[in-house]
Design a protein around this ligand. Structure first.
Ligand code: KIV
Ligand code: ZN
Length: 510
């Protein structure tokens, strides 16, 4: 059996299915480049049939990435598969991932198909996908609640039809580690042609077991794990890439395989994804949380100082803490700035874009002594606007004083027309957001507002995340500035620009 564990990242597809985590095409390309730098084997770039925007995003990732294989998701339907094949045309190496549900409840209630019809559709889909690429993955959706005998039948049939990877999803996160590991073991033993395909797993985290289930599957012969950065994904998320990779890497005494991942790139990717989606990483999150390598109690600190291994099982540097951290300042030149951004995965299409971010960098360097990678990433996010942005912040003035009601005066450019208003609020942020809403009249509801410092230090930029809901649609917006009222206004406007764009988008599993 292979000693290589294939890492299949689905941040851009399943991760994006998380309400409020939608990403623009440019953001997806930035994340894909960061995954490529990390040496992820396969990047699932999206579900091309979902919308024109999704198709173009998969196409853009396929064209931008050269080292990783790029994958597109397709239901077991002709149009889905053709669309995926089309979107992946420019890829150096491509994969089509097709799926159909196999659990009794899904077949009966969702698909309204008999088991035989499901097998027939699956076989047809795999054969059609093989017209576009010889790398075809098949998933029996909700395998974790499917009947093992039926799984054996359908999986044998799709391998005969040309599937090269068999992905076993625990779609609703129902399984327990020993049970899921046993399932993988049994499938491999019972399916006569199982040696012709790589076994993969795709676990959701509804019971907090996605990583444990994935690792148990690896111990039982799975050689591909589907996962996302920071465990982003529908409901409670998917298995976290960083946890899978570091568990296998750290416990080589238990695993007979290892990944090809450059672990030093993990933290940068985690920050990029949380910055773009606005899904903050909890401080106690394994590997990438702010406290993951912090030692507070005196006893621990003493132990670590005497010998690191007393309390540390991994080295912080190995996952990117303190590494790749070039500090820039007001004297840094345009070339150093451009090079650093390139290393962080951002290349500008035009000189004008580069000049604009460089101008903002110089302005920030006037206010802030040291500029870290996180500051640069926030500057890029702040500058790269959506193609169809309708609102821009022209100016913001807020008066806030003890004992007085704060008042904000806001000027926005909406559809190229300047509009100005003054509003009072319970605090300066409230006043500013009220003024913006007064001008835009979005009627969206603010569901979440959070502010965090991007880096250490009193002069740190504040990064604000907001989540808005309108008519059941959720979007998030981000903004960064050394002034958190301005950061709040930027974040709110960023979210409004997204909510004002109407999107008609299909969900793969509905
Ligand atoms: O969770 C799931 O079953 C999926 C499939 C599309 C693989 O995301
Ligand atoms: Zn999933």
């Amino acid at each position: 059996m292979s000693d290589k564990l294939i890492i299949f990242d689905t941040t851009l597809r399943d991760g994006e299915q998380s309400p409020g985590a939608s990403m623009t095409k440019d953001e997806k390309v930035r994340i894909a480049k960061s995954l490529e730098r990390m040496r992820v084997d396969i990047i699932e770039a999206g579900f091309p049939i979902a919308s024109v925007g999704d198709f173009e995003s998969v196409q853009a990732v396929a064209n931008a990435v050269t080292e990783s294989r790029v994958c597109g998701l397709a239901r077991a339907l002709d149009n889905d598969i053709d669309r995926a094949g089309e979107a992946l045309k420019g890829a150096n190496a491509s994969r089509i991932h097709t799926f159909i549900a196999t659990s009794p409840i899904h077949m009966e209630m969702k698909l309204r198909m008999t088991p035989d019809q499901v097998i027939e559709n699956a076989v047809k889909a795999v054969k059609r996908a093989r017209r576009y690429t010889d790398d075809v993955e098949f998933s029996p959706e909700d395998a974790g609640r499917s009947e093992p005998d039926f799984l054996c039948r359908i999986l044998e049939a799709v391998v005969d039809a040309g599937a090269t990877t068999l992905n076993i999803p625990d779609t609703v996160g129902y399984n327990l580690p020993t049970q899921f590991g046993q399932l993988i073991y049994n499938l491999r033993e019972r399916i006569p042609n199982s040696d012709k395909a790589v076994f993969s797993v795709h676990c959701h985290n509804d019971l907090g077991l996605a990583v444990a289930n994935s690792l148990s599957a690896v111990l039982n012969g799975a050689r591909q794990v589907e996962c996302t950065i920071n465990g982003l994904g529908e409901r409670a998320g998917n298995a976290a890439l960083e946890e899978i990779v570091m568990a296998v890497h750290t416990r080589q005494d238990m695993f007979s395989c290892d990944t090809n991942i450059d672990t030093t790139q993990i933290l940068a990717a985690s920050r990029l994804v949380s910055g773009i989606t606005g899904f903050a990483v909890q401080p106690n999150k394994a590997i990438v949380g702010a406290n993951a390598f912090a030692h507070e109690s005196g006893i621990h600190q003493d132990g670590v100082l005497k010998n690191r291994e007393t309390y540390e099982i991994m080295r912080a540097e190995d996952v990117g803490w303190n590494a790749n951290r070039m500090v820039m300042g007001k004297h840094s030149g345009r070339n150093a700035f451009k090079d650093r951004l390139k290393q962080l995965g951002t290349e500008f299409e035009t000189e004008a874009e580069l000049n604009e971010v460089f101008r903002k960098f110089k302005a920030l360097a006037d206010k802030k002594h040291e500029i870290f990678d996180e500051d640069l990433q926030a500057l890029v996010s702040d500058t790269v606007t959506l193609d169809n942005d309708r609102i821009a912040l022209t100016s913001l003035k807020v008066c806030s004083e003890t004992g007085e009601t704060p008042v904000a005066s806001v000027t926005l450019c909406i559809d190229e027309e300047e509009k100005q208003v003054e509003m009072a609020g319970s605090g300066p942020v409230d006043a500013a957001l009220r003024a913006i809403e007064e001008l835009v009249q979005s009627k969206a509801e603010l569901q979440l507002y959070s502010v965090n410092n991007i880096t250490k230090g009193m002069d740190s930029q504040g990064e604000v995340n907001v989540r808005l809901e309108k008519g059941g649609r959720i979007v998030s917006g981000q903004g960064a500035d050394t002034d958190i009222v301005i950061a709040s206004a930027k974040a709110y406007i960023n979210a409004l620009n997204k909510i004002l764009v109407s999107v008609d988008r299909a969900h793969p599993q509905v």
